[in-house]
Each structure stands twice: as structure tokens, then as C-alpha cells.
Design a protein around this ligand. Structure first.
Ligand SMILES: Cc1cc2nc3c(=O)[nH]c(=O)nc-3n(C[C@H](O)[C@H](O)[C@H](O)COP(=O)(O)OP(=O)(O)OC[C@H]3O[C@@H](n4cnc5c(N)ncnc54)[C@H](O)[C@@H]3O)c2cc1C
Length: 809
């Protein structure tokens, strides 16, 4: 065994082997994999081996497509068989909402180049004659679905890696991982210590324990999962071709042919987290005890859907554990707060996702960043707020909802409320309907008296529609108030603060008393943040900055800041939950602020993009004159302990001004009036400044050699191939969500990034990309919404305050 390597991967399941292979594929050959027992000794050996592309997150679906196409490459490289059965698969729809869901998925697939197809019950019966199609309205057929041999595939990854120089050491548990001061690692194994520059935790069922060796909590949990294999069945073996997969969401089951019988697995409601206090080290090639009572109801339902099951005897029952993260997506990437420590765990569908996980992680390690936006599986999408209790509740919920429809407006109930601000009860008393993001509750809208305190999940406009409309009008016609706690906020101080921000951000750093908007770029010139910077100066001339961005990107942004901080002279603090307050916006906002402070807030004294420290009511506040509503507005920041006093001052002063609270649904409608983009919708690592219009905030000529400067300048010189534009859509009762294809002259030419309903303009709005040579004001296009092509017109003039007179006045 070598005693040093550039990378040590811990864990020889399908994921660890895929990471190892992809590192070699991208050119790193001094890489090792350490396995406690034999390859496949965790979840991998008892997997049912099914693979599919369907995933609620579009980028995850694309990575699943990559994984599935990779198997042929592996077979060719190694000469080994992955036991591939590309039999295709169909997901059944037994309700109109499921039809909506599958049609929405199919629309996204078109943009991704995946060839799924919505088919009728007769076609389903032809494809899979063992399926009883009574009550089936149709289904989504995916020719890429299939199954494989889990062990053969894992060994093929391993062989391909070995052929490119990787070393694999078996029967060698890792006991400790110790970091040296220079950031490299000593990996202490039973057979000796290996000094590694990088460490990858691909410990699967033991990823929690492996993480704990480095003091890391990885939010994942194993769940038990059962599938059955039947005896040989004539309806199966008398056919001359193999049966396709059938996913039956109503029955929470997946079914496929296994040899001359049938394999059917269940995501049952009566499920339980396994090994709550840790996965035993001596767990290995054994299975868990069968728990048929848990799946009795599911089996009874399956017998109706697939009557052949009643006649087929059960040959084997497999009950094995595998791990889930709270949202069901993997945990991949650099672990925040630790140098050179990489996560490749929480992969619940190793045979659909393992290739994409391996590729993305290897790109990250070798090339510095993944080639596409992988935020949906970034380990940093959860922050230090996450706890085992939260993880367990969410993992259980996720398991139970494996086959449930994911609605764009849905808020899931488990582990809530978790984190709240002091204003939580104030809103609750006003009939707030909450959502949660990054563990924190935020108001979505206020339900009028007599309406339910619950937004019905839907692909179409929901029961919140009228209430949100009223909130929007209150902002545009008088003044609205909402919380600004759900921004990520970072306080940057120290003598080197200005220069550091100048290199980390692509835009200008504001003078004291001013704000600026700026993108943050990766070295390849991709958008990794859209920030507001504010600068305040104290009496001694020391500057302090507040950087504000998306609340959900806190760990993602802090990881970036920490890995780019100089040794001294700059301090960055995440103050997101400590600096909170309210935004007030609308034509009466200035009058409201003036009534609460003795500071001069007249238009000349306190201009658009100014920031001032002032007393507001009883509180000492920092007030920024800017608003994401696109209206005259102010963000008022105070310490969390002062929030209720600030609220009291604002509401008292709001008497007679038409002050009304509004929630995030109204905020997202208001931003559409100005076509303002938002993080991970219009702005994210898949896109660049020139494509998104963020180039207007890039200071290409500033002296600082900011990160991404060369790439951004090169892109600007060449000109982007596509650009964001906005559309007014001739919608019926459903608006766009994201990734719907945009057709020009009958061909798909672009896709939607986000949109919704502008309650101010009474119009359905979409924002999306089109090739630059097609873009012109008034262009007629079609956008696919829930299977229907809706006419839409490209618009360039904002729907509200086009000249900015109100916002800046
Ligand atoms: C019943 C069942 C059915 C399933 N069906 C499917 C399916 O149809 N399709 C699909 O895609 N997925 C399926 N899965 C899920 C799939 O098995 C997992 O997604 C996948 O195996 C995860 O692989 P992994 O490499 O992350 O983890 P694991 O397979 O758990 O591998 C982790 C490895 O790390 C090693 N290790 C841990 N700690 C150490 C240490 N300290 N030192 C050295 N080595 C260590 C372990 O020995 C193990 O080999 C199923 C799972 C179950 C239980």
C-alpha cells in the first residue's frame, strides 16, 4: 500500500468507485480508494439496480441522464459487463394532477434533450401487458430507464480507475482522519497511515461515522427499504422481450422483470429511520429482518395494479438500509469549514446518480468548479443550523414522499417550525401562511379571514392568488411591510476589507454611505452570487461593509469567502440571523420612515442607493434605500433583539398611510414587474454576467484583478450567444415555473428560468433565455405550460416604473 497520495477516497461502494474513476478520467492518477471490507460492502450490494432520469430538480435529472449513458463507456473501457437492461420505463398517472406533473416534467426534458413521451393507457397496456390500466390516465415513458447489475457496475468503475493508475486497498478500515496544519490529511487505516492532499468521504452507510472522524456532521440518515422478487412467472418468461419498468406512484411501488420473475419495491408510509445512533461497524453483508407487515397494504394495492402478483409466489424479500439527505438529493462537494475535505455521500440512487456525482466532484477537485450548477446536491445547501433531529424528521418525510408529486408552491410540514425570528408570532396573529427555507420560517402570504391557513399545492394558480394580489396592490398603492430576515448577510471589517471585497466581487465597492450591486464570479466567469454591498464609516474613519445575498446560500457563500480570505486584515462574519428587520416599500414608504426618525430622509438627503445609520423609533438601525419590489423602498436592519420594538414603531407610524404586511409570494410577483432576476433562477453558476444582464454591474476596468475578470472580459469581447429576456404569456390558469421550453417558429430555441403572475399588471410573465440573434421587442414565441403551447410576446419595457422615477425619486 502507498503511504501518500494526492487523493484518498474512503469507501468502495458505487459512489466511491465512480469518484475514483472520474478523478482518473480528468487526469489525476495518484489516487487511492480505501475499503473497509470488499467492494460493494455497504448499500450497494443489495440495490435493486434500477436507473431512471426523472428528478424534480432539472440539473439532477441531467446528471442522471449522464450516469445512464456512461455505462456503455465503462463496458467499452473495461471489457466488463454492467449487466445493462435498457428496457425503458413508464411512470403512471392516475389523477389529473399527476398528469400535470408528468407533462411539466416532460416539458423540462425537452429542453434537456431527454426523449421522454407522454403516452395513453392503451400504449401502456401494450408495453406492459401485466399492468391493469383501470383508472390510469396515461404515463410518462422514458426509453432510458432500465436496470443493471450493481456489483458488476461497481467493479467496472473500479477496474476503469485501476487501468488509469488508481490503487484500491480492500479489507482496510479507516480508523481516523487527522488534518495537518497545512490542510493535508493523515488517513489512519488498519494497514498504516496514508498522507493525502485531499480526502473524499464516500462512506455511504457509514458516512456519518467517517465524517465524525473529522468533526463534521453530514446531514443524512439510513432508512430501511424492501423489495420482493417473485418465482418464475409465465406472463413474464413466455414473452419474447423483457418487460419495461413500471413506476406506480399511487401504489408507491416500482416494478421490473428480474430473470423469469418480477421484482417489486415499495416506498411505504410505515417506514423508520435505521441505526439512529450510528451504523454498526460490523454491519456488512447481512440483510435486515423482513418487515412484511409494513408493506402489507402496498402489496395488496400492487396485486390490483399487477394481478399477476397474486399468482406468483414470493421467492426472496430483500430488506436493506441506504442513506438519504433531508431533501433526498446527494451531499456533494467541499465541506464548509474544512480544507481539502470532500463529501460524496447521501446518494440514495447510486445507479441513477453515481456517475453524475463522480463527474461533478472530480471536476470540482481537478478543475476548481463543476461544469454545471450542482447547487441541488451541494453539501453546502445545508448550514450549521442543521441537526440530527431535523435530518431524521425530514429524511422520513422524504422517504414517504418518494412517489409524491412535488408542486412548485408546496411547503413540506416535517420539522417545522424550526427557526423563527422574534416577529414570528406577530405574523401568525395576522393569519400568516409560512414557508421555510434553510431552516427558517418566512411568511408566504396572509390568508384573509374565512380562508384556510394553508396554500393548496398546485401546478395551477392556488387559493393564495387573490390574497397575494391584494398584498401587491397595497405595496404599489400605499405602503407594504415585510421581513428582511431571509437574506444572507455578512459583515466584513478590518483594514484590508475594501481591497478584499474589490477582488472577490466583480462590481464596484461603494463609497461610505452608499450601496452597490455586484455579481460574484467564479474563476471561469460564472455567477456564484448576486450581492448588495453597503459601506458605513465610523467616527475614526474605519469602514464596515455588509454584503447581502440569498439566505439559502449562506454556507455556500461563507465557504467561498473563507477559502479566499487573506491570512490577516479582514474579518468576515455571517450575521444573517442577527441582523434582521423590515422592508417598507410603496409610494408612502418615505412618509412612513420620516414619521419614525429625526434623521432627514427627504429625497435629496437620502437618495436611492444610500445607506445611513439612524434611530428609527427606539432602535438604532441601518437603513438602506433600495427595494427588490422595484418601488420606493427602504430596508431597515436592527439587532434581532430590537425587532419587535422596530415593528411597533413602524406600525404605529403607519396609521393612515395604508400600511399592510406582505409576504414572499407578493415579493416574487412585484419583482416580475421590473423583470428583476433572482438567485438560482436567473442568476446561478450555469450562467454568466453578459448572458443575464449582470454585466452592467461588472467593473471590467477597475484596477483590481477580481476573480473571474479575465473570463468575464473575454466573454464580453466575444458577446454571449444567448441572453435573458422577458415575455408576457397568454396563460390560462397556470403560469410558468422554470425550464419550460420556448419555441420560436415551431422549434425549441430557449427555456424559461422563472416567472409567475404580475398582480400589478394583471399579466402572466416569463423570464428565459433565447439566442441573441432572435431577440427583438414584440417577438412572438410559444411557451409550453403543462403540455399546452401558450402564445407569448417578448417585452423589453418593464411593466412598472419603466423610467425608475418612483424607485429613484
Ligand atoms: C433494498 C435497496 C434497494 C435499492 N435499489 C436501488 C435501485 O434500484 N437503484 C439505485 O440507484 N439505488 C438503489 N438503492 C440505493 C443504492 O444502493 C445506494 O444509492 C448506493 O449503494 C450508495 O452507494 P455508496 O457508495 O454511497 O454507499 P455504500 O454502498 O454504503 O458504500 C460505502 C462503502 O464505504 C465503506 N466504508 C465505510 N466506512 C469505511 C471506513 N471507515 N473505512 C473504509 N471503508 C469504509 C463501506 O464498507 C462501503 O463499502 C437501493 C438500496 C437498497 C438498500
Amino acid at each position: 500500500m502507498k503511504t501518500s497520495a494526492q487523493v484518498v477516497v474512503i469507501g468502495g461502494g458505487v459512489v466511491g468507485c465512480s469518484v475514483l474513476y472520474h478523478l482518473t478520467k480528468l487526469g489525476w492518477s495518484d489516487v487511492m480508494l480505501i475499503e473497509r471490507s470488499e467492494l460493494t460492502s455497504g448499500s450497494t450490494w443489495h440495490a435493486a439496480g434500477g436507473f431512471h432520469t426523472l428528478n424534480g430538480d432539472t440539473n439532477m435529472a441531467a446528471l442522471q441522464g449522464y450516469t445512464i449513458r456512461l455505462y456503455k463507456e465503462l463496458e467499452e473501457i473495461t471489457g466488463m459487463s454492467c449487466g445493462l437492461h435498457h428496457v425503458g420505463g413508464v411512470t403512471l398517472a392516475t389523477s389529473p394532477t399527476r398528469v400535470d406533473h408528468l407533462k411539466a416534467e416532460r416539458a423540462k426534458h425537452r429542453y434537456m434533450g431527454l426523449e421522454t413521451e407522454f403516452i395513453g393507457p392503451e400504449d401502456i397496456a401494450k408495453l406492459s401487458p401485466i399492468t391493469n390500466v383501470d383508472g390510469v390516465l396515461g404515463g410518462l415513458y422514458d426509453p432510458l430507464d432500465g436496470h443493471l447489475d450493481p456489483s458488476g457496475t461497481t467493479h467496472a468503475y473500479a477496474k476503469a480507475a485501476r487501468m488509469a493508475g488508481a490503487e484500491i486497498v480492500l479489507r482496510n478500515p479507516v480508523r481516523e482522519t487527522l488534518q495537518r496544519p497545512d490542510g493535508t490529511w493523515d488517513v489512519v487505516t488498519e494497514q498504516g497511515t496514508i498522507h493525502a492532499e485531499h480526502l473524499v468521504n464516500a462512506g455511504g452507510l457509514w458516512a456519518r461515522e467517517v465524517g465524525a472522524m473529522a468533526g463534521v456532521y453530514l446531514p443524512l440518515h439510513p432508512m430501511e427499504h424492501q423489495y420482493l422478487v417473485t418465482e418464475e412467472t409465465p406472463e413474464v418468461y413466455e414473452r419474447d422481450s423483457e418487460l419495461p419498468h413500471v413506476m406506480d406512484p399511487e401504489g408507491e411501488s416500482y416494478l421490473r422483470q428480474e430473470g423469469r420473475g418480477i421484482c417489486i419495491g415499495f416506498y411505504e408510509q410505515k417506514c423508520d429511520p435505521w441505526a439512529v445512533d450510528g451504523t454498526p461497524w460490523d454491519f456488512g453483508h447481512e440483510l435486515l429482518e423482513n418487515k412484511m407487515d409494513r408493506i402489507e397494504e402496498s402489496v395488496a394495492f400492487a396485486c390490483k395494479r399487477f394481478p399477476v402478483l397474486e399468482r406468483a409466489g414470493i421467492k426472496t424479500v430483500i430488506n436493506g438500509p441506504f442513506t438519504f439527505a433531508p431533501d433526498g438529493n446527494p451531499l456533494v462537494g467541499p465541506v464548509p469549514g474544512l480544507r481539502n475535505y470532500w463529501s460524496a455521500c447521501g446518494v440514495m440512487a447510486g445507479f441513477s446518480q453515481g456517475g453524475g456525482v463522480g463527474l461533478s466532484l472530480a471536476e470540482w477537485m481537478v478543475e476548481g468548479e463543476p461544469s454545471r450548477d450542482v447547487f441541488a446536491m451541494d453539501v453546502a445547501r445545508f448550514g450549521s443550523w442543521i441537526t440530527p433531529g431535523y435530518t431524521r424528521a425530514k429524511v422520513r418525510e422524504n422517504y414517504q414522499r418518494r412517489f409524491s408529486i412535488s408542486y412548485p408552491n408546496e411547503e413540506l410540514p416535517a420539522a417545522r417550525p424550526f427557526q423563527t425570528t422574534p416577529a414570528y408570532d406577530i405574523w401568525k396573529d395576522q393569519r400568516a401562511v409560512f414557508g421555510a427555507g434553510y431552516g427558517m420560517e418566512a411568511v408566504n402570504y396572509f390568508a384573509p379571514e374565512g380562508e384556510p391557513l394553508f396554500e393548496t399545492p398546485s401546478f395551477r394558480r392556488s387559493n393564495a392568488f387573490a390574497a397575494v394580489g391584494a398584498e401587491v396592490r397595497a405595496v404599489r398603492e400605499a405602503v407594504g411591510i415585510n421581513e428582511i430576515h431571509n437574506f444572507g448577510k455578512y459583515r466584513v471589517t478590518g483594514p484590508g476589507a475594501r481591497d478584499w471585497i474589490d477582488t472577490i466581487m466583480a462590481g464596484r465597492v461603494p463609497k461610505p454611505g452608499r450601496l452597490s450591486l455586484t455579481p460574484m464570479l467564479s474563476p471561469k466567469g460564472r455567477l456564484i452570487g448576486d450581492f448588495t454591498i453597503s459601506c458605513l464609516e465610523d467616527a475614526r474613519g474605519a469602514e464596515a461593509f455588509q454584503l447581502t445575498a440569498s439566505y439559502g446560500a449562506q454556507a455556500y457563500h461563507m465557504r467561498w469567502f473563507q477559502s479566499h480570505l487573506p491570512a490577516s486584515g479582514v474579518a468576515v462574519e455571517n450575521v444573517s440571523t442577527r441582523r434582521i428587520g423590515f422592508q417598507i416599500a410603496g409610494p408612502n414608504a418615505r412618509e412612513l420612515l420620516a414619521r419614525t426618525t429625526r434623521a432627514d430622509v427627504s429625497a435629496d438627503a437620502f437618495k436611492f442607493m444610500d445607506v445611513r445609520e439612524m434611530d428609527v423609533g427606539l432602535t438604532r438601525a441601518v437603513v438602506q434605500r433600495v427595494s427588490y419590489t422595484g418601488d420606493l423602498g427602504y430596508e431597515i436592519y436592527v439587532g434581532a433583539e430590537d425587532q419587535r420594538a422596530l415593528y411597533a414603531a413602524l406600525t404605529e407610524a403607519g396609521e393612515g398611510l395604508g400600511l399592510k404586511p406582505f409576504g414572499m409570494r407578493a415579493m416574487m410577483s412585484l419583482r416580475l414587474d421590473k423583470f428583476f432576476g433572482s438567485w438560482l433562477r436567473e442568476f446561478g453558476p450555469d450562467y454568466t454576467p453578459a448572458e443575464t444582464g449582470m454585466d452592467r454591474f461588472v467593473a471590467y476596468n477597475k484596477p483590481a484583478d477580481f476573480i473571474g475578470k479575465a473570463a468575464a472580459a473575454a466573454e464580453k469581447a466575444k458577446g454571449p450567444a444567448r441572453k435573458l429576456c422577458s415575455f408576457v404569456v397568454d396563460a390560462a390558469d397556470a403560469d410558468v415555473v422554470a425550464y419550460e421550453p420556448i419555441y420560436v417558429g415551431g422549434d425549441i430555441k430557449g427555456f424559461v428560468t422563472s416567472g409567475g403572475y404580475s398582480h400589478f399588471a394583471n399579466k402572466s410573465i416569463a423570464i428565459g433565455f433565447l439566442p441573441v440573434d432572435l431577440i427583438s421587442d414584440g417577438l412572438d414565441v410559444e411557451i409550453e405550460i403543462l403540455g399546452d403551447l401558450r402564445r407569448a410576446r417578448l417585452v423589453t419595457e418593464p411593466l412598472f416604473d419603466a423610467d425608475g422615477a418612483r424607485m429613484r425619486g
